[in-house]
Design a protein. Structure first.
Length: 132
């Protein structure tokens, strides 16, 4: 009977966040980031910043999954989600969907889960904790 395994919990959280975020990254790989570049221009930011989506939605999630520098990975995802809120969902911060959900609950899930990962660290089931 498993009664407590904090390291397994850390792994499950990191893997889940990374795995689910990869779907967003895959969409950027297959459909491009043109819409993000357009939003950058609209909001007065340089278009090269749109490439940060690849960092926050592909590289950082892979880092979380394998447990490599999870604090850096979690900060990258947090920054990506804050960018998504500012660029796309600023009007949704105080909104509720027709189903009663907070309109930015997905973005906040990623932000808060990554904050938990940041403060807990990777745990022993990670590349960073491998002992040679």
């Amino acid at each position: 009977m498993i009664t407590q395994n904090e390291d397994l919990g850390k792994f499950i959280l990191s893997f889940t966040v990374g795995f689910l975020m990869l779907f967003h990254g895959y969409a950027k790989l297959t459909h491009g980031i043109g819409f993000i570049e357009a939003m950058m221009v609209k909001n007065g930011f340089p278009t090269f910043m749109a490439y940060g989506a690849y960092l926050g939605e592909i590289i950082a999630p892979l880092m979380l999954i394998i447990g490599f520098r999870v604090k850096i990975a979690s900060v990258l995802i947090i920054a990506t989600m804050i960018g998504a809120i500012v660029m796309v969902h600023a009007g949704d911060v105080f909104a509720v969907t027709k189903h009663g959900a907070w309109a930015i609950e997905l973005q906040m899930f990623y932000i808060l889960a990554c904050l938990a990962i940041f403060f807990q660290g990777a745990g022993k089931y990670s590349i960073d904790e491998l002992r040679v």
